[in-house]
Design a binder for this molecule. Structure first.
Ligand SMILES: Nc1ncnc2c1ncn2[C@@H]1O[C@H](COP(=O)(O)OP(=O)(O)OP(=O)(O)O)[C@@H](O)[C@H]1O
Length: 231
């Protein structure tokens, strides 16, 4: 993807614990194996409100496994995940029905989330330039457009915590920029993000950044110096 990396943001201070009652996610000593493959071996992190956090790591290091555990899709073998509010989860693979239209997906999720109307979802469609496809079946859409809908479905109920697994894969440059604008707005409004990213120059955008290594999360020095609440 074209563009310039954001400027380096300086050294990372020691991790400050998030006080009780102020975290949106607290993960402690999570283990998860597939048979003999011990993928997560004591992963832990904490996220306060209004924090844009990233996870990087090599292919197969367990990033998607971790997000599935945090989203409640996969049970950990041991460890705890505390998450006081609702979560928006955007998996790496889109889970859309190819026979349904974009609008039909919005309606299904609106009912599931018990939302009064489709207004927020429509706004998000507009922001990500998907409105023109509202009446198109998913089977006829490009991979990038499906991924945008995947993101809209994770965001439309405005959860305090968003778990996004490579949310902008397949996005064109404009949509990628819109994603970060949207993330910035939501962060200012106190929402937190945990984003799995493969794009090296994204890393300076995060308030907190971890590298998943040998099944554990290690703070990475390339993130900004701690969450900086704005507005
Ligand atoms: N359902 C599964 N059954 C068995 N093994 C699995 C399963 N899902 C993932 N794995 C294995 O767990 C390990 C971690 O996979 P995972 O997809 O979590 O890594 P990742 O860091 O997200 O990879 P990538 O960067 O390629 O997306 C890999 O060795 C993978 O083969």
């Amino acid at each position: 993807m074209p563009g310039h990396p954001p400027p380096a943001l300086g050294p990372v201070p020691d991790e400050e614990p998030v006080p009780d009652g102020e975290f949106v996610l607290r993960v402690s000593d999570v283990h998860r194996a597939y048979g003999r493959n011990r993928v997560l071996r004591g992963a832990g992190l904490e996220l306060p409100a209004g924090c844009l956090a990233g996870i990087v790591g090599e292919n197969g290091s367990g990033k998607s496994t971790l997000l599935r555990v945090l989203a409640g899709r996969l049970r950990p073998d041991s460890g705890t995940v505390e998450c006081p509010g609702p979560v928006g989860y955007c998996p790496q693979e889109t889970v859309l029905n190819p026979a349904f239209t974009v609008d039909q997906h919005l309606e299904l999720f609106r009912v599931a989330y018990r939302l009064a109307g489709p207004d927020r979802a429509r706004e998000l469609l507009d922001m990500l330039r998907v409105t023109a496809y509202r009446h198109h079946r998913i089977g006829t859409l490009s991979g990038g457009t499906r991924q945008k809908l995947n993101l809209v479905l994770a965001l439309m109920h405005d959860p305090p915590l968003l778990l996004l697994d490579e949310p902008y894969q397949g996005f064109d440059w404009e949509a990628y920029q819109h994603f970060w604008e949207l993330a910035g707005e939501l962060r200012k409004a106190g929402r937190s993000f945990l984003v799995v990213s493969h794009i090296a120059y994204d890393t300076g955008r995060f308030d907190r950044l971890w590298r998943l290594e040998d099944g554990r999360l290690v703070r990475d020095e390339r993130s900004a110096p701690g969450p900086a609440p704005e507005g």
